[in-house]
Design a protein around this ligand. Structure first.
Ligand SMILES: [Zn+2]
Length: 393
């Protein structure tokens, strides 16, 4: 049981000359590095102290790996170790193995969260050394002192079931499940990823995608570094999430309220309320606090509205509205969102140095990881030394 977390070591299983299991287009050492990097970045975003055993394709023998683990935050029961692996042997589904010195709480949380994503789950278990049953079978449990290590096996790369495709397509979803489980175990707040992807389909326009996703063409172009409005089928577009700067006040749910009534009276939509408040159902509790979108900067088109009327009401011209929202013509549709103010962000540039992470830069410049990613059109949290970043001032 972790009482006072010292740090979390995220282990990318295998590496370098040790490829781990290989099959069906999956190389274990590569996938574990992707998963480990994802988990480490996300936990950093959530403000937790994290160290990776490896951040590239280096070989780590058991001794070197254990040294990395024990030197990160000391040989202490308040150190978590998440060792990431891909299974082989023809089974199907995920499993978590925990050390003889620990209970199964963390292992169960991880397996439950992975199961909640739709992946099959097998079991959590301990494994003893046959020659000495008082000792753990796996060195990552046996040699890691007082720390609390778990091995997460995400699925089988030689599965006869659905694991192969799931591992290839969903590994980030499973990694996120581990992030969530760790926050539950440590009892720290969990925040979902803000940004989402949209895959461009036949007939899509930037304008249509913006409308469907409660954003604007300007924002989409900014976030995705697009120079023109042209799209390619299959292109991945980052959809902006809700940033704190867009939030204004709270609404406290009263008896008789519904999401629909609250949306109507606050000039917003059910979808937006759900997105803003991470609601997975339409169910509300009396007394619940709901965040409301900032009404001053966004206008939702009502039946009978014209651009001219909206412009007049907001001390703008029709031209202003067209420019701010990058509208192709003056047609409006009910429910469409219009920005009433150009988002003004003063920026400066920063050159990435060795040891920097998005998280450390965000902290230093008093901004957020998501804001830096949005400003720079970054689709991952990976930085390279010498890279130039635009930062808000
Ligand atoms: Zn392995």
């Amino acid at each position: 049981m972790i009482k006072n977390l010292k740090g979390i070591v995220i282990d990318a299983g295998h590496g370098g000359t040790d490829s781990g299991a290989v099959g069906n287009g999956i190389v274990e050492k590569d996938l574990t590095l992707k998963i480990a990097t994802y988990i480490a970045n996300r936990l950093k975003e959530l403000g937790l102290p994290v160290t990776l055993t490896r951040s590239d394709d280096t070989t780590l023998d058991p001794k070197a790996r254990v040294n990395k683990i024990l030197s990160a935050y000391g040989n202490d029961p308040n150190v978590l170790v998440i060792s990431n692996h891909i299974n082989a042997g023809g089974g199907d589904g995920a499993e978590v193995i925990y050390a003889l010195r620990n209970d199964d709480t963390l292992a169960k949380l991880i397996l439950n969260e992975i199961g909640a994503t739709g992946q099959n789950v097998r079991k959590v278990y301990q494994r003893k050394l046959p020659s000495n049953p008082s000792k753990d079978y796996y060195f990552i449990h046996r040699e890691t002192g007082k720390t609390e290590p778990v091995i997460v096996e995400y699925g089988f790369l030689d599965s006869k079931g659905d694991d192969v495709n799931q591992l290839k397509n969903n590994y980030e979803v499973y990694a996120e499940a581990v992030v969530k489980a760790v926050t539950e175990y440590l009892n720290v707040p969990y925040e979902q990823l803000n940004d989402e992807y949209y895959i461009v389909k036949k007939g899509d326009t930037l304008y249509g995608i913006a409308n469907k996703n409660n954003t604007t063409v300007t924002k989409l172009k900014e976030l995705n570094n697009l120079a023109s409005n042209e799209l390619k089928i299959g292109q991945k577009l980052l959809i902006p999430g809700v940033t704190i700067t867009e939030l204004s006040d709270y609404y406290i749910v009263k008896k008789g309220d519904s999401l629909y009534s609250i949306a109507i009276s606050n000039n917003t939509t059910i979808d937006e309320l759900k997105k803003l408040n991470y609601l997975t159902s339409n169910f509300l509790n009396i007394g619940q606090r709901l965040l409301l979108p900032n009404k001053n900067d966004v206008y939702i088109v009502q039946n009978g509205d014209t651009l001219y009327g909206i412009a007049q009401k907001n001390n703008l011209t029709v031209d202003d509205l067209i420019k701010i929202n990058n509208l192709p013509n003056t047609n409006l549709s009910v429910g469409q969102k219009l920005l009433l103010k150009i988002p003004m962000v003063q920026t400066s540039s920063y050159t990435v140095k060795s040891g920097d992470s998005l998280y450390s830069i965000a902290k230093k410049f008093n901004t957020t990881v998501n804001e830096i990613k949005a400003l720079n059109g970054l689709t991952t949290n990976l930085l390279s030394v010498g890279q130039t970043l635009t930062l808000p001032q």
